[in-house]
Write a protein that binds this ligand. Structure first.
Ligand code: NOJ
Length: 557
């Protein structure tokens, strides 16, 4: 089947189902709620939806611990509601992609239950090892969520590997039977009509033979032995050859710690080493999420605009003409972007500026639920209000106040509070008390308000998306950055043979002047988008107000 790469023209909207919209009045988001809001999603200009996991799950990691890959959880409405959403999304010209989580399963998955009892053919479905010296773990690897990466199983009398929570045992992808299972899952959903997959930590699925101790890394020990492991390309090629090549679908790989150079080994279009063509279509890189932290949100640092610019720009230039970017500001794993890279005090200005900053780059943009209305971080008063397993295990031994301070800054629960639909009770998310706390600012920040205000963040997103679809230069233009050393401004240009598009973004709370290069006559530009209703120009250049952004179009010379 020909790969049309339809995703290159698409804008995606990510739904984290538990908190999107409750449609059946039980306090939990579900597919009935999604059905109600499909027109809203479409009205943004979205052409596709990425669903975080909807499968049956004990919910230890909010659905990323799956106990049945070929069903939809009852609490979301089951298969029937899903098929309805799929049809209705397709009827509106929107694609639907699912989350594929196959680095690990839930321990409640029947495969694990049978594997721990050594019932064939499941005995080697997971990574089991006898105890090491003195009954210790087989190696010194860390898990991402809960201490060491090994848990002792009383039934089997062996350790199993879990790179995430204890209740998320890692699958043994070296076992061909496991890969057959993955292919069955892929075919099942593709045959049902879904349009592709976002593949959860897929670069972790091949572990180095012998699972050696890691004596180098101070934290996340072991990661260099399983991220981009020895057979990763072989396995992804197998999935491509046996399944994806038969459908015109899209694949998006989550890839922690990936550089553009490494990403090209997976996603470059022209890949002589990969017989089936690129392993996957796009990658979710993390560099753009590390402008205010070191590797993880839980190691915070002061925000550095230069780090942020370097991350976005290097992916633009290094992938240009070779592969396709996935663009994002938020997802369910990070706190809200206005609270991080923008300013809550200048919520409206910075929310729009951040939108313009990424929406005019080359790639497929993803918008995370609530981002489009400028939702901000959540500041609970007690640690016990948090739900997320990752958060609660960070520095659990610290005093409450210190933990709270870190969690306010870093917890992904800030992105998981219910979407604020209105100023009504429970933010219009549900008529019952929701499963999770609503951010107290819902009376000011909600969809109804944003719809009513012609100058809102939501309307700005709509305008920006319409523009990006209209302007060919956004899809095919080269990328060039100005004033790279500036710690206040991010200015870039997109250019093709007909047009030059200039995107100016101020990250400063005070007025700053951008001195355009001598040959750039800003007065000749047509102002397509602004968050202040116009630009102030003088002989010096552009005088930019706090968090001002402007998108200008010029004829190419
Ligand atoms: C990445 C997912 O995005 C995150 O939410 C999850 O906790 C881990 N992978 C483990 O599946």
């Amino acid at each position: 089947m020909e790969r049309t790469r339809w995703y290159k023209n698409a804008v995606f909207y990510q739904i984290w189902p538990r908190s999107f919209k409750d449609g059946n009045g039980d306090g939990m988001g579900d597919l009935y709620g999604v059905l109600e809001k499909l027109d809203y999603i479409k009205s943004l200009g979205a052409d596709g939806i990425w669903f975080s996991p909807l499968y049956p799950s004990p919910g230890v990691d909010c659905g990323y611990d799956i106990s049945d890959y070929m069903d939809i959880a009852e609490e979301y409405g089951g298969m029937e509601a899903f098929c309805k959403v799929l049809d209705e999304a397709h009827a509106r010209g929107m694609k639907v992609i699912m989350d594929l989580v196959v680095n690990h399963t839930s321990d409640a998955h029947p495969w694990f239950q049978m594997s721990r009892q050594r019932i064939e053919p499941y005995t080697d479905y997971y990574i089991w090892r006898p105890a090491g010296k003195n009954g210790k773990e087989p190696n010194n690897w860390d898990s991402m969520f809960e201490g060491k990466a090994w848990a002792w199983d009383e039934v089997r009398q062996e350790y199993y590997l879990h790179l995430f929570a204890v209740r998320q045992p890692d699958l043994n992808m070296d076992n061909p039977l496991v890969r057959e299972e993955v292919k069955k899952i892929l075919k099942f959903w593709l045959d049902l009509g879904v349009d592709g997959f976002r593949e959860d930590v897929i670069t972790f699925i091949s572990k180095k033979e012998g699972l050696p101790d890691d004596h180098l890394m101070p934290a996340s020990k072991g990661i260099r032995f399983y991220n981009h492991g020895p057979h990763i390309h072989e396995y992804l090629q197998e999935f491509r050859r046996d399944v994806f090549s038969k459908y015109d679908c899209m694949t998006l790989a989550e890839a922690p710690l990936v550089s553009p150079k490494r990403a090209l080994e997976y996603i470059a279009w022209d890949t002589p080493d990969l017989p089936e063509g690129s392993d996957i279509d796009m990658m979710i890189q993390f560099q753009c999420m590390c402008a205010d932290c070191l590797f993880t949100d839980f190691m915070p640092m002061p925000f550095s605009l230069r780090r942020m610019k370097k991350a976005y720009s290097s992916w633009q230039t290094k992938l240009y003409g070779k592969a396709w970017n996935m663009l994002y500001l938020e997802n369910h794993d990070h706190p809200r972007i206005i609270s991080r890279y923008g300013s809550e005090a200048f919520r409206k200005e910075s929310g729009k500026m951040l939108a313009a900053m990424y929406l005019f780059q080359q790639g497929t943009p993803f918008i995370y639920q609530g981002q489009e209305i400028g939702m901000t971080n959540w500041y609970p008063t007690e640690v016990s209000q948090y739900e997320d397993i990752q958060t609660l295990n960070q520095h659990a031994d610290w005093p409450e106040a210190k933990r709270l301070q870190l969690y306010h800054r870093a917890s992904r629960d800030s992105a998981r509070t219910p979407v604020q639909w209105s100023a009504e009770r429970y933010a219009g998310f549900s008529e019952q008390e929701p499963w999770f706390h609503v951010n107290e600012n819902y009376k000011e920040i909600n969809v109804v308000e944003e719809e009513a205000d012609p100058d809102s963040i939501l309307q700005f997103y709509r305008k920006a998306i319409r523009l990006r679809k209209k302007l060919k230069v956004v899809a095919d233009g080269t990328f060039r950055e100005y004033d790279r050393a500036s710690s206040k401004l991010y200015v870039y240009e997109r250019k093709n043979k007909d047009q030059r598009l200039l995107v100016v973004c101020s990250f400063a709370e005070k007025e700053v002047c951008w001195k355009a290069p001598a040959w750039y006559d800003l007065k000749k530009g047509r102002l397509l988008l602004s968050n202040y209703g116009g630009m102030r120009l003088d002989k010096q250049g552009a005088l930019l107000r706090p968090y001002e952004t402007a998108v200008l179009l010029f004829q190419a010379d």
